[in-house]
Write a protein that binds this ligand. Structure first.
Ligand SMILES: [Zn+2]
Length: 230
């Protein structure tokens, strides 16, 4: 069986807020019994928190097999990161609702994806990450587009390894923000599926990949290599 992850990203946290919010989110997850307090090697690289006694409250459907997996941890990702789903089908403009398709008839990335990918690169290098809508011309921030499937761009994500689909209504709400709407979005990536060209064309600097792509898998090195080999 291959590994997969889903990330709940806080797309509004600043670089300064990311670390304390990550600590608050993890503390909340421990306190509610969703994860264990002790950090162990239960994620593909680094250390994470294994499912706790009440992990099922955070997912839409409990998976008894999760507890037996070696890779089943939760980790906080901080630092400028692209929280991607496997592939990107299209983006919708929030102003004119124009849907921009990102692939050609054969499923390969098209010019629209390449242009958007360039904007992502610029954002990763510290830019504003605004991309013009081809129809109405508005400059639209990367997080303002409606992505299908969801992508997020920010400084904080909580990554769940091999967990069942998360119940987004119970995603972490930070203590300081309990009165506000959750400002999160979920990105999911299935490492069992071969990498598609459009993902490889996301030209994020190699040394930054550890922010959102672990470099090795003790369980399925061959499968994983397909994802991170480029
Ligand atoms: Zn538009």
């Amino acid at each position: 069986m291959g590994d997969w992850f889903q990330t709940i990203a806080d797309v509004e946290a600043s670089s300064d807020e990311a670390e304390p919010l990550a600590a608050a989110a993890l503390a909340w997850l421990v306190e509610t019994g969703i994860v264990l307090a002790e950090a162990t090697d239960c994620v593909l690289s680094g250390r994470g928190h294994a499912p706790g006694p009440r992990y099922a409250t955070a997912v839409t459907e409990a998976d008894p097999g999760l507890l037996a997996l070696r890779t089943n941890g939760v980790e906080a990702i901080t630092g400028r990161s692209v929280f991607y789903s496997m592939g990107a089908e299209d983006v919708t403009c929030p102003h004119c609702r124009q849907v921009t398709v990102l692939n050609d008839d054969r499923g390969h990335p098209n010019d629209a994806w390449q242009a958007l990918s360039d904007t992502i690169d610029a954002w990763f290098d510290g830019g504003r990450g605004e991309h013009p809508c081809p129809r109405c011309g508005h400059l639209v921030g990367l997080n303002e587009w409606t992505w299908s499937p969801p992508w997020g761009f920010g400084h904080l994500g909580i990554k769940f390894w091999n967990w069942p689909r998360s119940d987004h209504t119970s995603c972490p709400r930070y203590p300081s923000d309990s009165a506000t709407e959750p400002r999160t979005r979920a990105a999911r990536c299935d490492l069992r599926r071969p990498t598609r060209p459009k993902v490889r064309q996301l030209q994020v600097p190699k040394d930054a990949l550890t922010a959102y792509q672990p470099q090795s898998s003790s369980q399925n090195p061959q499968e994983f290599d397909r994802t991170v080999g480029h």
